[in-house]
Write a protein that binds this ligand. Sequence first.
Ligand SMILES: Cc1cc2nc3c(=O)[nH]c(=O)nc-3n(C[C@H](O)[C@H](O)[C@H](O)COP(=O)(O)OP(=O)(O)OC[C@H]3O[C@@H](n4cnc5c(N)ncnc54)[C@H](O)[C@@H]3O)c2cc1C
Length: 372
Amino acid sequence: MEEVDIAIIGAGVIGLAVSYILSDVSKEILVVEKNSSFGQEASSRNSEVIHTGIYYPKDSLKSQTCIRGKELLYDLCSRYNIPYKKLGKLIVASDKKGQAKLDNIYRNALECGIKNLKFLDKKKIKKLEPDVDAESALFSPDTGIVDSHSLMKFFFNIAKKRNINFTFSVEVIDIKKENSLYEIIVKEPDGERFSFRTKFVINCAGLWADKVSDFIGMDAEKFHYKIHYCKGQYFRIRNPKKFSITHLVYPPPNEIDLGIHVTPDLAGGLRLGPDAKYVSDIDYNIDEKEKNVFFDSVSNFLPVLEQDDLIPDTAGIRPKLQGKNEGFRDFIIREESEKGFPNFVNLIGIESPGLTSSLAIAEKVKLCLTTH
Ligand SMILES: Cc1cc2nc3c(=O)[nH]c(=O)nc-3n(C[C@H](O)[C@H](O)[C@H](O)COP(=O)(O)OP(=O)(O)OC[C@H]3O[C@@H](n4cnc5c(N)ncnc54)[C@H](O)[C@@H]3O)c2cc1C
């Protein structure tokens, strides 16, 4: 039976970043992806925002990896010509409730060491964004956008150049522990099954990460690894030139998401979204009836918006550990020796800011491997 050092399950931005970072530790790495190419799930169905880490509790993994990941990502993009733009972001408020949320974000950001946020009044908002109507805003100058496909292509190309192997259209369907090794059982598109052995397993399976962990016997319910699907839809603005938007513009955040925001993209387009709804199936269709909700929400701070400006765009699904009506849950980045599975690294619940955090998450995985 074939044997490798490290098996990475999933070639989204996390699996790719991990393969890129680990490619200087080992050459015997196999990345297994069930789709025919990399990055076809959450990693290509998101807002492509480089977050700064202002929302997450101090010292949480989301906070740590976002703050570090943002620095690493800006540096990588500028060194290797990966398209990105540091646009800056306004979180706008028009009532007392919204203002209180901005105050909380500001306090949290300070606690996390982010000191360059600024409050803007109505006049200053108008100066920056003439089309935006709000009483106050919190301005985050370091928030940006990145071309996620180019980023993933960069990780993939470099990893391949360093002799990392990728196998596509091959699904991991079971994992068995064999003394100090793991046997990975996979299914090919024609239904054929084969197995290989590996010393290390890195579970980067996104929406399916709880199932992959379950294969080896880590029960998702028992260990609180169950993933809840939370769908986010986008509408695109038909005629972006009608608007003078040059920054990201967000409402105050909700319990489960950051609110339907306006995101300029690198091609000069404008997108609204995502919304947030818990769902039971993975289905990327857009419910056009939701257009009203998007319109009502965004026209609150962008009054020049008209219903006809909106056309359905894409949707993504967040792999949330936080269930409906539950509180904050952090990323899980864990080497599972304590549960009896040494050298098995679980990455579970890697929702936003996973894209921003990808390089910092990969660094943490490297640390897991080198300290166990
Ligand atoms: C609507 C939305 C908006 C977001 N906005 C932002 C944002 O603006 N900024 C930000 O930083 N983050 C954002 N995120 C989060 C970010 O997109 C994710 O954190 C990131 O893409 C997760 O990457 P991943 O590789 O873990 O998952 P995925 O991209 O889902 O990749 C997992 C891969 O594993 C493969 N796989 C699963 N099971 C198996 C198996 N059994 N065998 C083989 N392969 C398997 C899948 O096919 C898939 O390709 C957003 C997410 C969503 C959904």
